[in-house]
Design a protein around this ligand. Sequence first.
Ligand SMILES: N[C@@H](CCC(=O)N[C@@H](CS)C(=O)NCC(=O)O)C(=O)O
Length: 248
Amino acid sequence: MCEIRRIPQGNAPMKILNFLLAFSPRSVCFSRVWRSPPVNDARLCLYVDAQFTSPYAMSVFVVLREKGVEFDLIPVDLDAGENHTLEYAHLSLTQRVPTLQQDDFALSESSAITEYLEDSFPDIPVYPEGLRQRAKARQIQAWLRSDLGQLRQERSTLVVFYGHKAPQLTDLAQEATRKLIHAARTLLADGREYVFGEWSIADVDLALMLNRLVLNGDAVPALLVQYAQRQWQRPSVQSWVNLQRPPL
Ligand SMILES: N[C@@H](CCC(=O)N[C@@H](CS)C(=O)NCC(=O)O)C(=O)O
């Protein structure tokens, strides 16, 4: 269902050459550097960070898995600046991951991508039903991506995906933590399993943010720990968690 395609490794000049070829305008999802061309040009390609630690990339990955859509997963080495090459800029307006490519269409910004996927593959929904519920789900996604910056900084996703332990939170990060816990408690006040009654992608985004604390051993109310752990067991989430990561 999901195949990982990697840029062939070689010496530095070869690596650069391969990368340039890979992103040439006529290439479709690295088809020029891979021995076998894609069977179907419309096959989806998802560009993610090479360490598989991007929470935004994870969100899109989970949506694709939930919807049962076939796609290729293409790691981009952010540390090596692969996302700032002209070729990647040609593909991704933001020069960031995740970016989704489908033939000559490319889209960045994770929640724009998940909404596009929802519209493209509506049979298995990942957003709640109803205008207002969907708007609330988008609200959660947008908030988690734009706020709580200090918490995201002090509890990076290396804690979540590499088991790093981070030092005590600063006052600013504690403030952000209080805000997160207040919002999560409000959303899950009656002990419900999912924010909108049934699972949605907003649950994964919220659980990821909570797990920055939970997996570091920070104090989090038991109800929210259980919630985050429950979301983490979902097979689509586990398939991201269990991707083989390069050593740091
Ligand atoms: N709002 C964006 C955030 C994407 C983002 O921050 N991606 C990071 C990795 S987690 C990235 O590509 N960083 C490389 C850079 O900005 O140069 C989204 O939701 O997709």
